[in-house]
Design a protein around this ligand. Structure first.
Ligand code: NAD
Length: 249
């Protein structure tokens, strides 16, 4: 572990499972203190907290719905008060409510935009005060290849994830003079609870569309995030890195 980093703090939203969990663990491995945000799974969050602490860094688990402006504000402020700085924000929280346009309910469209897009804005908005004052910071937003190429049955999710890409570029330009970089990772087809619900037929078709012929692991995404928050990427901002086995190129 890199002890030099021991006072740097990362906050990862939606971190109790899947990709967020892998990111939290990877950043702890790198020596960052980690604040994990979760929406409802306290038990899983507490388990993860112990795993992170066992790596010798500070950890904190904070419940909160990032789609709610005040909850996101409370999350950032509590994390800052407890840790003394927030050096990294990873906007990972996300949901799907799939359906063809003709059948999609208005609330399913709104909910996906609220969590996946507005949730990222809420956290960026509140963390920006902290990072601008520090004159440093790293923000990584988790988008999706669906935001680049679209997908039938995911008009809400595609819009939110494409929105994340625009948001990433706008924020990168706005914050660059303060030493803050903003990038996005666009995962392809990753083995998590989100994709576990897909039928074997859909999964097979998806794997066939991947040149590397396998689903990605949460760690594949976490590795890209770790790169984007580390020293080696200090000259990279406003970029989207696909982690998709070559699905979109
Ligand atoms: P997941 O469902 O396992 O994890 C999502 C996490 O977000 C959960 O822990 C959930 O509780 C949390 N969350 C949901 N709504 C929240 C809210 N309002 N506030 C706080 N937390 C909330 O899914 P995952 O596959 O690990 O997805 C993580 C991210 O990666 C998501 O943004 C997803 O869209 C994106 N992504 C996943 C894939 C994939 O193939 N799995 C592909 C591309 C992008």
């Amino acid at each position: 572990m890199n002890r030099v980093l021991k006072n740097k703090t990362a906050i990862v939203t939606g971190a109790s499972r899947g990709i967020g969990r892998a990111i939290a663990l990877k950043l702890a491995d790198k020596g960052y203190n980690v604040v994990i945000n979760y929406r409802s799974s306290r038990e899983k969050a507490e388990e993860l907290l112990k795993e992170i602490e066992a790596k010798g860094v500070k950890a904190l688990a904070l419940e909160g719905d990032v789609s709610k402006f005040e909850e996101a504000e409370g999350l950032i402020n509590t994390a800052f008060e407890a840790m003394g700085s927030i050096d990294i924000l990873v906007n990972n929280a996300g949901i799907t409510r799939d359906g063809l346009v003709l059948r999609m309910k208005e609330e399913d469209f709104d909910k996906v935009i609220e969590v996946n897009l507005k949730g990222a804005f809420n956290c960026i908005k509140h963390v920006s005060k902290v990072m601008m004052k520090q004159r440093s910071g790293r923000i990584v937003n988790i988008s999706s290849v669906i935001g680049l190429v679209g997908n039938a049955g995911q008009i809400n999710y595609a819009a939110a994830k494409a929105g994340i890409i625009g948001m990433t570029k706008a924020a990168a330009k706005e914050f660059s003079s303060r030493g803050i970089t903003v990038n996005a990772v666009a995962p392809g087809f990753i083995e998590t609870d989100m994709t576990e619900v897909l039928s074997p037929k859909v999964k097979e078709a998806a794997i066939n569309a991947v040149p590397l012929k396998r689903m990605g692991k949460p760690l594949d995404v976490a590795n890209a995030v770790a790169f984007l928050v580390g020293e080696e990427s200090s000259y990279i901002t406003g970029q989207i890195i696909n982690v998709d086995g070559g699905m979109v190129m």
